[in-house]
Design a protein around this ligand. Structure first.
Ligand code: UD1
Length: 341
């Protein structure tokens, strides 16, 4: 039986690369497209180490229709598309709003247009819990209304979801996956997060500090209305997140109709504070983490965690890894990286 080919845009990035691995394990053939503007090609080697197969990688920019069209022509036919390619730094999006809108919106539209041209209809979109803003009710479920986005990055995710909601009626079967906070690395330590420059996100900041690459970690605020004063998030192991994409694809393949649009939260349902995560890291790794308390970071949400009932029930997906495993895997990955970033 020939394998089904799946286009994975942004497949050289943290979540895309882990998903490419799970696609291979599930019997699919991922074709990765990435312009490497925000990712490190090292992750492509990691995919090969885990799967034993050199990934089919096509370098290019997803906002370019002609480039995408040539990939569909030469590397297809594709039975589905997973669209990870996007800019994702909240802080940078405030500095460069137009770049964020241009890149994140244009690439989505270009990918959908090319899919239409080539008659491909199954599409998985990387959305984010950022679409909720600070929700009125926690845990937050998928029917919570969108609050005004805190950043241009968040606004692009809200707009992309709106585009998908409207466009799906023209012959697409679409799932938007709203990620909470992905952390961890592949248990083999061959794949993990590899931010370019100073990390924005907590996970790599913790491991890089523990490895001595950063002097100390700053906790952004301990005066929030939470039990220990630090922000609360729903940290989810990146491999669990990757596996959910495979489940989402299988779900779309089973649909009999030509139009579908569904959104799912991808989280554990457990809220963990920044300080709790630091303590858990120290406990499982035995490494003391130098940290101090700093001011709040602009645009941060006080607390958010998922109600994952919908994804548990409809996609039959549940998280397998614990937070401790996620931290251990991230640490194992960090230790394998060169000493200087
Ligand atoms: C945000 C978005 C998320 C998006 C991600 C992309 C929300 C609620 N979440 O995640 O959807 O996918 O950006 O980058 O909008 N922190 C520190 N010190 C640090 C780094 C982080 O204390 O050095 C704290 C932050 O203040 C925050 C928590 O750790 O409370 C998590 O931060 P981060 O990893 O940047 O993710 P979010 O901002 O939650």
């Amino acid at each position: 039986m020939t394998q089904k080919r799946i286009l994975v845009t942004g497949g050289a990035g943290y979540i895309g690369a882990h998903t490419a691995v799970e696609l291979v394990q599930a019997g699919y053939e991922p074709v990765i497209v990435d312009d490497l503007s925000k990712s490190d090609p090292t992750l492509l080697n990691g995919i090969e180490k885990i799967t034993g197969q050199k990934p089919n990688f096509q370098k290019g920019d997803c906002t370019h229709y002609e480039f995408l069209s040539s990939v569909f022509k030469t590397q297809g036919p594709f039975s589905g598309v997973m669209h990870f390619a996007a800019y994702k730094s909240v802080g940078e999006s405030v500095q460069k709003p137009l770049e964020y809108f241009r890149n994140n919106i244009d690439s989505l539209i270009a990918v959908l247009e090319v899919m239409k041209e080539f008659g491909v209809r199954d599409f998985i979109f990387s959305s984010s819990c950022t679409v909720y803003g600070q929700p009125d009710q926690i845990p937050v479920n998928e029917s919570a209304p969108f609050k005004r986005a805190e950043s241009p990055y968040g606004a692009t995710k809200q707009m992309c979801e709106r585009i998908l909601e409207d466009a799906h009626t023209t012959g697409f079967r679409i799932i938007s996956l709203r990620y909470f906070n992905p952390i961890g690395a592949h248990p083999s330590a061959n794949l993990g997060e590899l931010p370019i420059g100073i990390p924005n996100n907590l996970g790599p900041y913790i491991t890089q500090t523990a490895a001595g690459k950063r002097e100390k970690l700053t906790v952004f605020g301990d005066d929030y209305a939470t039990p220990d004063g630090s922000c609360i998030r729903d940290f989810i192991h990146v491999v669990d997140l990757a596996l959910a994409h495979v489940k989402a694809l299988e779900y779309l393949e089973k649909q009999s109709g030509t139009n579908t649009y569904q959104v799912f939260n991808l989280g554990t349902g457990i809220g963990i504070s920044v300080l709790e995560l630091i303590t858990a890291f120290e406990k499982v790794t035995g490494v003391k983490l130098p940290y101090g308390i700093g001011p709040r970071r602009a645009g941060d949400i006080e607390k958010v965690y998922a109600d994952p009932t919908k994804v548990n029930t409809i996609l039959h997906w549940k998280t397998k890894f614990t937070i401790e495993e996620a931290l251990l895997h991230a640490w194992a990955w960090e230790k394998k990286l060169p000493a200087k970033g």
